[in-house]
Each structure stands twice: as C-alpha cells, then as structure tokens.
Design a protein around this ligand. Structure first.
Ligand code: NAD
Ligand code: WQD
Length: 343
C-alpha cells in the first residue's frame, strides 16, 4: 500500500509523513514547494531514518498526476495541498479558487482515471463560519464567510457528489480546528511566510525577539476574559488523526464498495482564550510575552471549539496532547530554528 500525500512538504503533511514512515507505510510526497522547502525531506529522513519519495509537481497539472498514479502503486491519497490564508483569499479569490478548488478537481479526476478511490481531505472548522451552536458537531450548519472557507466547502461538496455518483468512493473530510506546535524533535514545524497570521507562531516570534509584542485582537468578546476562544490541537495529534482515518479504507481495499463521504472534526473539545494561551506559554517556557490589547480583527468570531466525539466513534481517535506540550514543542521548534527552515 502506498499513500500519495499532496502538499507533502507542508506543515501538517510533514508531521503526517513522519508517522506513516514510522509505521512502515510507503508514501509519495507531492508538492510544488510554493509554501514549503525541499529541506523538509532531509528533516523527515533525520527523524525516521527513511527518505520519502518526492515529486515536485502542481496538483493543477493533471498530466503530472497521471504519471504519479501510473508510476506508483497508490491506493489512497491524503490531500493537504492548497493555499490557506483567509485574508489573502479575500484579496485574491481567483487564485484561491484556482489552487484549492480547480486543484482538487484535477486531483479527483486523476484519481478517477487511475481507479484510486480513497481520499482524506484537509478541511477546516472554518466551514462552520459563525457557529450555529457550541461545541461544534458535524451536523452544525455550514456557512462560510470568506473565499477560503467557501473553497473547503466546495471541495467537500465535490467529494460528496462523487460518492453519490458511484459507490466505489471512500472520502473523508477532516475538519481541523486550530493546529499548533511541532514535532518534539524540533526538526520540523510551522514556517510561516513573513508576519504570522496565526496566534501561536506570533507568540513564539515575540518570545524569540523577532517581534516586539503581541497584539491581542479584542478583549470584549463574550468569553471567559473577553479575548477570543479557540480549540488548539497539537499537530502530532492531528497527524495521528489522518493515520487513524486511513484505517477506514482497510475494509474497502479488498472489495469494490467504498464507505462514501464522511466529515469528521479533529479538535480537542477544549477552548482556550488568547490570554490563557499567552499565560500558558509564559508558564511552560518561562518567557514573558509582552502584549497590547487591540481592536477586534475583522471577521473573527468569539468562540470556536469542537465536539470531537465522532472522531472517537468512527476512527478511534482523540487528542492526547495538552496545552503544555503544544507550548513546549512550539517553542522548542522556534528556538532551535529562529528563521524557520532558512539556513
Ligand atoms: P502548508 O502551507 O504548510 O502546506 C500546504 C502545502 O501545499 C505547501 O507545502 C504548499 O507548497 C503546497 N501547495 C500549495 N498549492 C499547491 C499546488 N497547487 N500543488 C502542489 N502543492 C501545493 O499548510 P498546512 O498548515 O500544512 O495546511 C495543510 C492543509 O490543511 C491545507 O489544505 C489547509 O487549508 C488545511 N488547514 C490548515 C489549517 C491550519 O491552521 N494550518 C487549519 C485547517 C485546515
Ligand atoms: C486565534 C485567536 C485571534 C493572532 C485561522 C483561520 C482558520 C484556520 C486556522 C485554516 C483569535 C487571536 C491571533 C494575533 C490575536 N486555518 N489572535 N493576535 O482565526 O481561529 O483561524 O487559522 O483552515 O480558517 O481563520 O486562528 O491563530 O489566527 O487566531 O489576538 O496576532 O487568536 O483574534 O481569537 P483563527 P488564529
């Protein structure tokens, strides 16, 4: 069994690749290196002792995909490739629709031709928009508020439509909450371009002196202390969720009948506020994080956290790592790699 991982050198994919290699599962990583670097392959090899097969290609290039499916004996795909900055998607929606929707369409089309019928897709809690209720379960209303979220929903819809068209398909959309942290080795982690949009990368850059202080976007939300509440999940827990989800395909590998479409939340079920996150980082790592309260960030919601029970009942997964490990590993990665993957 070989698993094709699109966006394979990216943040979440690289952590997933490590676990798959450690479990002796063959993988092929495919990436156009738009938002990642080939040096990640060296780091994966350092951690696992195995060098993953790598194909530099764009998912929108269907000929390249056809060649990959012809060359390797692939029976499942984990599809991480895509653009992920919400603000950028508002400014430049066409590039987001092209990369995320057209790219996924090409991938599904190549899978169809190659008769590769098992897919795990990186969806996002962003599909729930302003939550209908909390905690968010998979039956909550889907109402995205930006092009990035719309892309995720459209890809989920394509997956579901394909499953309705033919029962050969098995398609799982994993809806991630807020991925943070890094592999405990400090060899792989998140390497944001420029000024980080996300909270924890910003906090770690303040801790390392790259940024002066954190802007806390709003202290007047209806939350425990007025700052925004999110469900932060350790990236290694998230990666393990993908490996567990692959197990859903075991039963179908011998038959022609797939499991159809499933959407599954990957979160911890716990919500923490921005100020709680800052305090936790300070306590775990012994570093003070200067911050100032700023106006709310446009488009932000007050609280978002998962009902993660479906992940437990369907794939036997639950998050094992707490805030302490998230903070420790995020700082371990940042302090060992102040410039990310730059030498
Ligand atoms: P990332 O940017 O580190 O990884 C994405 C990878 O895809 C990058 O290596 C990039 O070079 C590659 N890529 C982009 N467009 C491509 C294309 N057209 N062809 C081939 N490769 C391409 O991001 P990540 O945080 O690891 O996110 C992975 C997936 O998870 C994305 O689909 C993202 O939308 C989704 N997601 C991320 C988060 C998060 O907060 N990080 C939350 C929910 C969902
Ligand atoms: C978390 C909290 C901010 C930065 C985004 C995407 C979402 C998903 C994950 C892909 C909020 C506050 C942040 C800062 C702050 N990505 N904050 N100062 O907004 O929950 O989700 O990333 O699917 O789609 O929207 O994550 O880390 O940006 O923010 O106060 O400098 O931290 O206001 O309350 P968010 P985040």
């Amino acid at each position: 069994m070989t698993v094709l991982i699109t966006g394979g050198t990216g943040y979440i994919a690289s952590h997933t690749a490590v676990i798959l290699l450690q479990q002796n599962i063959d993988i092929v990583l495919l990436d156009n290196l738009l938002n990642s670097k080939a040096i990640v392959l060296d780091k994966i090899e350092l951690i696992t002792g195995k060098r993953p097969t790598f194909v530099e290609a764009d998912i929108r290039d269907e000929d390249s995909l056809d060649k990959v499916f012809a060359q390797y004996n692939i029976n499942s795909v984990i599809h991480f490739a895509g653009l992920k900055a919400v603000g950028e998607s508002v400014e430049n929606p066409l590039s987001y629709y092209d990369n995320n929707v057209v790219g996924s369409l090409r991938l599904l089309s190549a899978m169809d031709k190659a008769n590769v019928n098992n897919l795990i897709f990186s969806s996002s809690a962003t599909v729930y928009g302003d939550p209908e209720r909390l905690p968010l379960d998979e039956s909550c209303a889907l109402r995205t508020t930006n092009p990035y979220g719309a892309n995720k929903l459209q890809v989920e819809q394509m997956m579901s439509d394909l499953c309705n068209s033919n029962d050969k398909w098995s398609m799982v959309a994993l809806r991630y909450f807020n991925p943070v942290g890094a592999h405990e080795s400090g060899l792989i982690g998140e390497d944001p371009n420029g000024i980080p949009n996300n909270l924890l990368p910003y906090v770690t850059q303040v801790a390392s002196g790259l940024r002066e202080k954190l802007s806390v976007f709003g202290d007047d939300y209806d939350t425990v202390d007025g700052s925004g509440v999110r469900d932060y999940i350790h990236v290694v827990d998230l990666a393990e969720g993908h490996v567990k989800a692959l197990g859903l395909f075991d039963s179908v590998n011998s038959s022609n009948e797939g499991i159809g479409f499933e959407a599954i939340n990957l979160g911890t079920g716990n919500g923490y506020s921005v100020l709680e996150m800052v305090k936790s980082f300070e306590e775990i790592n012994g570093i003070e994080i200067p911050y100032q309260i700023c106006p709310r960030r446009a488009g932000d919601i007050d609280s978002c956290y998962a009902d993660a029970s479906k992940a437990f009942t369907t794939i036997g997964w639950k998050a094992e790592r707490g805030l302490d490990e998230m903070m420790r590993d995020a700082w371990n990665w940042q302090s060992k790699n102040p410039q990310g993957y730059e030498e």
